[in-house]
Design a protein around this ligand. Structure first.
Ligand SMILES: [Zn+2]
Length: 343
């Protein structure tokens, strides 16, 4: 029996040494020490041996079991240590490798233009005022001299929420909110989203961005209007930019004018962008209509004002050479990322 026990120990230790993971080790344990394991089987059949030999055999087998157990524990510790070492190696940080840059977003070009415009007008003494996207029909139309059956309401296809509530079609409605609650002098710009029931195409979106400007004071004239807007055009498009004013019509201003800037591509000689005119239409403007001043409770004899409004998306497209307004709404990161370094 002595030899048999030695043989068992030898065989088990050989198997244990070959094992490289904990699961295999458990199999070996079951093979020798489990309920049906080799040693347990002999111990169970101890009755077959002569009675006087049994204690010695039992002792030998118990010793063999302890030896195998110890060898297994040692092997288990070795496997755990190797596994840990491999894991650490796998997670090892090589500080000499270049870092992985986490993906970052980019500022939207429309936002960048907003910032730039706000910066320019803040330097000219304008404060920034915002208003709600859902607006009273009164503020959006009526108070701006566009009564209910006015033909110009057909031009602006409006999203009506109720008979009296609309999604604002321009940020000019905030002019009314400001004037109704304040006394002149007023000098404000109003940035924000506006809504028109337009189908989207390369130059139209149902939701787009505007920036309106408003100055009200004692003797505001067309000269102030031209001065402020020319200064803006030079700051935004460059100091070599020419501006021109063309007579126009808006219900809430009189006189009204549209401002063009010399084409930023061809500088006046004519190209595809300016349709060979040499000029780009930038904004609408005018002096506040006396009716509007009276509507908000001002005396047109005492105060006068000017207002202007521009499409931010259009200005953004001109500034960055974007030829389809829908690109500004798609939020495609490949598109937006181009502007990371522009700012
Ligand atoms: Zn041009």
């Amino acid at each position: 029996m002595d030899d048999k026990a030695k043989e068992l120990i030898f065989e088990a230790e050989k198997n244990i040494k070959l094992v490289t993971d904990i699961l295999e080790l458990e199999k070996v344990r079951i093979k020798y020490l489990g309920k049906k394991g080799k040693i347990t089987q002999i111990l169970r059949n101890l009755g077959k041996y002569p009675e006087d030999e049994r204690p010695a055999i039992g002792k030998l087998l118990n010793e063999a079991r302890e030896t195998i157990k110890k060898t297994m524990e040692k092997r288990r510790d070795e496997i755990v240590a190797v596994n840990l070492e491999n894991k650490i190696k796998a997670e090892d940080v090589d500080v000499t490798l270049p870092g992985k840059r986490p993906p970052t977003g980019a500022r939207h070009p429309v936002n960048m233009v907003y910032d730039e415009l706000e910066h320019i007008f803040a330097h000219l003494g304008f404060e920034i005022v915002e208003g709600p996207d859902i607006e009273l029909d009164y503020n959006n139309f009526e108070a701006l001299n566009v009564p209910r059956n006015h033909p110009s309401r057909d031009i602006q296809d409006t999203f009506y929420i109720t008979d009296d509530l609309v999604l604002r079609t321009h940020t000019t409605c905030v002019d009314i909110r400001i004037m109704k609650t304040r006394k002149p002098p007023i000098r404000a710009i109003i940035p924000g989203k506006v809504y028109r029931s337009d189908a989207s195409d390369p130059s139209h979106l149902p939701v787009f961005h505007q920036l309106d400007g408003l100055i009200v004071d004692e003797s505001i004239t067309f000269r102030d209007l031209k001065g402020v807007l020319a200064m803006f055009a030079h700051e935004f498009f460059g100091f070599d930019t020419d501006v021109r004013f063309r007579p126009s019509y808006f219900p809430f201003t009189e006189p009204s004018a549209e401002m063009d800037v010399s084409c930023i591509i061809c500088h006046g000689t004519g190209c595809r962008l300016c349709k060979n005119t040499g000029w780009l239409e930038i904004l609408g403007s005018g002096l506040l209509h006396p009716k509007v001043l009276r509507e908000v409770g001002y005396d047109p004899q005492q105060v006068s004002g000017l207002a202007f409004g521009m499409g931010i998306d259009r200005v953004t497209m001109l500034k960055y050479g974007i030829d389809d307004i829908r690109l500004l709404a798609e939020n495609d990161m490949a598109f937006n990322r181009q502007f990371i370094h522009v700012w």
